[in-house]
Design a protein around this ligand. Sequence first.
Ligand code: 5RP
Ligand code: ZN
Ligand code: CA
Ligand code: ZN
Length: 219
Amino acid sequence: RGAVSRVLDAFRAGDPVLIHDFDDREGETDIVYPAGAVRPADVARMRNDAGGLVCVALPSDVAETLSLPFMDDVLDHPAATSQDLAYDSRSSFSFTVNHRDSFTGITDSDRAMTISRLAPVAEATRAGEYDAADFGGEFRAPGHVHLLRGAPNLLEDRQGHTELGLALADEASLPPAVVVCEMLDDESGAALSKSAARDYAARHDLAFVDGDLLLDGLV
Ligand code: 5RP
Ligand code: ZN
Ligand code: CA
Ligand code: ZN
């Protein structure tokens, strides 16, 4: 449980952790933060060092209460189906949001505001103190932060970064909202290799964990 407890400690401290899913799934490493810990410099790290899409995962019950659907369930368009993915049975994408106090929504400070507010929002929603109307009062869609919706039974149902991150937040007793961003290779544009992701973690003193280990430690 070495790598898993290191990841848990880092996560509780609000530090980013690196999670590689599985060689036979996406084969990607995401930088993952508890959403409540994200400041503008963390958004800068995600866009400069990771380079993927900045997304916030919320659990199924919270998404349900807040009326945050799967994108492909609500778009009435022939392109709106994700049942034919090569690496999983469906995508976890919901829609995009900006905090209403943001300006364009894309700057580091705007995105940090949108992301970090989602943590107390998720917690208050679970406590029955926040609903879809409150959400609409505080966020507007479309925006510049992608929302992801976790599978109902998390890792029992799906083993994406969405569920790995949310399960980690549960285990760390943090609010159920995590931000994930894929690490890409600046030279090739491909997903950053697992060994290069490990090197990045070592250079920046960050915790790295493999999905298999995390599954063993969390399920
Ligand atoms: C959104 C994605 C990423 O892969 C992210 O890790 C969440 O997706 P998943 O749960 O499928 O891993 O596609 O940028
Ligand atoms: Zn993906
Ligand atoms: Ca870069
Ligand atoms: Zn992923």
